[in-house]
Design a protein around this ligand. Structure first.
Ligand code: ADP
Ligand code: MG
Length: 241
C-alpha cells in the first residue's frame, strides 16, 4: 500500500466522551478535518477546550468514542494494541510541554531510545542520534543528563527524540509552555525550519500569538472546531487607485 496516496490525518465526526462521577461528559464533538503531507497546523483554543484530548487521539494514545480516525490510510479502530503501537512508532513523533525525558539517561541515550523499538543496530542508533543533536546545536551536550540542561536544551533533546525515527507527522502539545521567551522563540524557529524542509507538524497551543505564525489554524471551543483557517498564499493587494 502506498501511504502517500492518503492524507496523513482524516477525522470524520470524531467525538470523545469521558465519564465523570457516573455522568458522560462530551469533551470532543463532531470533529472533522484532514491534514496532508507538509502541512504546518496549529490547534488553538482556551484551556479545557479539548486540545490535548484531540492531540492524544491524533497520536493514538486515546481512541475516539465515536466517528472515524484514519491515520496514514489506516482506520485506527481496526487495529489491535500491538498494531497501533507499531503504527505510532513508525508514523508519529511526540513533543510535550514537560519534555518527558528519561531523567537518568544522557541526551544521546534519550534520543537513541525510540530506535530500540525499531531494532536499529546500536552503532547506527548512536550515529543518527548524535548527528541530530549536533544539528540542533547540542553537539557539546551529548552526555549531559536533563537536570544538567536548560529548559530550551531539554526541549531540543525532546524534539530530536521525536524526529530520530523520521516520523511522517510531528505532534507537539504546548511545546513552549515551560520555556522562557528566548527559548520559546528558538523552539518555534526550529519548527519553522523543519516545516520548510517538508516535515508535517501539528502544534497545540492556547496562545493565539503562536497560532497566528502558522499557515493553518484549527480553532477549538468546548470540544468543537469553530474555525479552520489558512493564511492566504497570495499577499493582500491594496489598491491605491
Ligand atoms: P486542553 O488541552 O484544551 O486544555 P483537555 O483536552 O486537556 O483540554 O481537556 C478538555 C476537557 O476534558 C476538560 O474539561 C478536562 O477536564 C476533560 N478531561 C481531559 N482528560 C480527561 C480524563 N482523562 N477524564 C475526564 N475528563 C478529562
Ligand atoms: Mg492541554
Amino acid at each position: 500500500m502506498d501511504d502517500s496516496t492518503h492524507p496523513i490525518v482524516l477525522l470524520e465526526g470524531v467525538g470523545k466522551i469521558y465519564v465523570q462521577g457516573g455522568t458522560p461528559w462530551p469533551v470532543l464533538q463532531g470533529v472533522n478535518f484532514r491534514i496532508d503531507a507538509h502541512e504546518y497546523v496549529a490547534i488553538v483554543g482556551a484551556s479545557g477546550s479539548g486540545k490535548s484530548t484531540l492531540l492524544s487521539i491524533l497520536g493514538c494514545l486515546a481512541r475516539p468514542s465515536s466517528g472515524r480516525y484514519m491515520l496514514a490510510g489506516r482506520d485506527v479502530q481496526d487495529l489491535g494494541e500491538d498494531e497501533l503501537a507499531r503504527l505510532r512508532n513508525q508514523v508519529l513523533g511526540f513533543v510535550f510541554q514537560s519534555f518527558n525525558l528519561l531523567p537518568r539517561a544522557s541526551a544521546l541515550e534519550n534520543v537513541m531510545q525510540p530506535l530500540v523499538y525499531r531494532r536499529v543496530p546500536l552503532a547506527e542508533r548512536r550515529r543518527r542520534a548524535s548527528a541530530l543533536l549536533e544539528r540542533l546545536g547540542l553537539g557539546e551536550r551529548l552526555h549531559h543528563r536533563p537536570n544538567q540542561l536548560s529548559g530550551g536544551q531539554c526541549q531540543r533533546v525532546a524534539i530530536a527524540r521525536a524526529l530520530v525515527g523520521r516520523p511522517r507527522l510531528l505532534l507537539a502539545d504546548e511545546p513552549t509552555g515551560n520555556l522562557d521567551s528566548q527559548a520559546s522563540a528558538d523552539v518555534l524557529a526550529l519548527f519553522d525550519e523543519l516545516h520548510a524542509e517538508g516535515q508535517t507538524i501539528v502544534l497545540v497551543t492556547h496562545d493565539p500569538g503562536i497560532a497566528a505564525r502558522l499557515p493553518r489554524q484549527i480553532r477549538l471551543h468546548d470540544g468543537r472546531v469553530i474555525a479552520d483557517e489558512r493564511a492566504s498564499a497570495e499577499p493582500t493587494v491594496v489598491s491605491l487607485a
